[in-house]
Design a protein around this ligand. Structure first.
Ligand SMILES: [Fe+2]
Length: 288
């Protein structure tokens, strides 16, 4: 596809839905103001930036990530009970470095936007592909909810304009069939309410703020709420609005959680192949 000229690096659109690949930028080096500005412009234009062929340490990933805001801590715990480090690992390998036998009921595999169960959710999530399945797969999908919103009927836009949705850690666990959190965990992360139509804080675009951390639409009975959330979710995750990223080793991907839903695909031999990525997250602003 044609290169875009307005940037100080080679950048090509990957899909109509979102995504651009960027070449010739070394993320292990400090960013100057002009490069940071160019990356942010590209981020707002393409929503998913794929920096190819990156080699950087966890420390360098931390330094690159913090250019874009306050770093977010992982909410989970490692199997040994310790907290995750801010630059943590997403992998199918166990503590001994061997592929796991079966996938757990993880929320990653369901459409979501990161930390929507927080009052102030994630702005961008970044993943650096260190090891990928030899036989392919392990893709990540992104759904563009601005495109989904724009394609709604005027009747539906009016119907949902002022609706609010409760998101919670408890609902998130329930929705994916995972063991429920205990009382302490629930009180540590109480439910939050966000608008269903979110305004992107940098562009003013209207988006659909959905995902499997949702519990219900405030003020509707359960059946009506479930039906409407399912209808909107199915609508904005239809193929027309989805980009599937097929990873290459060295890819460093950062995406905009404010207008994208995403999910991991269990489409690889997780009990045989190795998949390991380094993850960082930057906190955003309260949705409105
Ligand atoms: Fe996620």
């Amino acid at each position: 596809m044609a290169s875009v000229q307005a940037y100080p690096f080679r950048i090509s659109r990957i899909s109509d839905v979102g995504g651009a690949e960027i070449f010739g930028v070394d993320l292990s080096q400090p960013l100057d103001a002009a490069m940071k500005d160019a990356i942010m412009r590209a981020f707002l234009e393409f929503h998913i930036l794929v920096f190819r062929d990156q080699e950087l340490t966890k420390d360098a990933q931390y330094k690159f990530s913090e250019n874009f805001g306050e770093m977010e801590h992982h909410v989970g715990r490692l199997p040994n009970g310790k907290p995750y480090s801010i630059v943590h690992t997403v992998t199918n390998l166990d503590a001994d470095g061997n592929p796991i036998k079966s996938l757990k009921a993880e929320g990653n595999y369901f459409w979501h936007t990161d930390k929507s169960y927080h009052a102030v959710p994630s702005l961008t999530t970044m993943l650096h592909a260190v090891e990928l399945p030899e036989s392919g797969g392990g893709d990540t999908q992104f759904a563009n909810t601005k495109r989904g919103y724009d394609a709604l009927s005027d009747t539906m836009k009016t119907r949902i304009a002022d609706m609010k949705v409760e998101h919670s850690w408890e609902a998130s666990r329930r929705n994916v069939g995972a063991p429920p959190p205990n009382a302490a965990q629930i009180s540590e992360r109480p439910p939050v309410v966000h608008p269903i139509v979110r305004t992107h804080p940098d562009t003013g675009d209207k988006t659909l703020y959905l995902g499997h951390h949702m519990s219900h639409i405030v003020g509707l009975d359960k059946d009506e709420s479930d039906a409407l959330l399912e209808e909107l979710s199915d609508h904005t995750t239809q193929d027309e609005f989805v980009y599937t990223h097929q990873w290459r080793t060295g890819d460093y991907v950062m995406w905009d959680n404010r207008l994208l839903l995403h999910r991991a695909m269990p489409n690889y031999k997780f009990s045989k192949d190795r998949r390991l990525l380094h993850r960082t997250v930057v906190i955003g602003t309260a949705p409105y």
